[in-house]
Design a protein around this ligand. Structure first.
Ligand SMILES: NC(=O)c1ccc[n+]([C@@H]2O[C@H](COP(=O)([O-])OP(=O)(O)OC[C@H]3O[C@@H](n4cnc5c(N)ncnc54)[C@H](OP(=O)(O)O)[C@@H]3O)[C@@H](O)[C@H]2O)c1
Length: 230
């Protein structure tokens, strides 16, 4: 069975990815909280504070998914330098830390796959997104650079979601009005579901995606690329 490390599997997309893989893969998880379902293979790790515990990793890692992220939407005037630093820490540097620690194990696999998370707000400019778009833009740069550096044995791709219903986005979807407005902004008339992102991540991890690397896959209800005329 393939070994997969999912950082951030206590909630949201990471939890769904772990649930979908657990019967067919050996799933390792890491996050600040505990993960009862995968407790024997769970490392307590704060991505913004410490190096990843290398001794937790198996010798061979076939897949790595880094899920921690942020949605810090504010006008540029209100975004402090610290806000930019915090978004950069959790979205980019946390991923860099676990990637550095995991590289020997990823190299030991015949073909490994890394999946990172970006945002639709990188390729499509959106108001209030300066800090998160800057941090996720760095994730996209990392994705393509590492894909080039680590080919042909390690594939590196990212998923760029639009608004998806998870604990992270709950504050943006508190009222019925917010939910309807968010759905209507998307050409497909709805916001994303956790499964929409988990299915894409599981595809990128699988051998079905063996000829895909250096890509940023938009999973966004069409909002990043098409307009509807009324
Ligand atoms: N949801 C959306 O609308 C949306 C839109 C665009 C992009 N994205 C991106 O998609 C990815 C997944 O988002 P999600 O909505 O599934 O997020 P989520 O529900 O907040 O889940 C994040 C996971 O990461 C872990 N985590 C958070 N901070 C951590 C830290 N400092 N150290 C270690 N683990 C940490 C959390 O576990 P603990 O709390 O136990 O640490 C949790 O398991 C993120 O990168 C996000 O930026 C999401």
């Amino acid at each position: 069975m393939n070994n997969i490390l999912i950082v951030g599997a206590t909630s949201g997309v990471g939890e769904c990815i772990a649930n979908r893989l657990q019967d067919t893969h050996v799933v390792y998880t890491a996050s600040r909280g505990t993960n009862a379902r995968h407790s024997s293979k769970h490392a307590a790790w704060n991505a913004v504070q410490e190096a990843f515990p290398e001794d937790f990793l198996p010798q061979r890692l076939d897949g790595l998914v880094y899920c921690p992220g942020s949605i810090n939407l504010q006008p540029f005037e209100r975004l402090s330098e610290d806000s930019f630093r915090e978004d950069f820490e959790i979205n980019l540097l946390g991923a860099v830390r676990v990637l550095k620690a995991s590289l020997p194990a990823l190299k030991a696999a015949p073909m490994a796959s890394v999946v990172l998370f970006s945002s639709v707000a990188v390729a499509t400019g959106m108001p209030m997104h300066a800090s998160i778009a800057a941090a996720k833009g760095a994730v996209e740069g990392l994705t393509r650079s590492l894909a080039a550096e680590l080919a042909p044995k390690i594939r590196v791709n990212a998923i760029a979601p639009s608004l998806t219903e998870t604990p992270l986005s709950a504050k943006l979807l508190r009222t019925e009005r917010q939910r309807i407005a968010a759905a209507e902004r998307h050409p497909l008339g709805k916001i994303g579901k956790i499964n929409d992102l988990a299915a894409a991540a599981n595809f990128l991890l699988s051998s079905e995606a063996d000829w895909i690397t250096g890509q940023v896959l938009p999973i966004d209800g069409g909002i990043g690329s098409i307009r509807k005329f009324n």
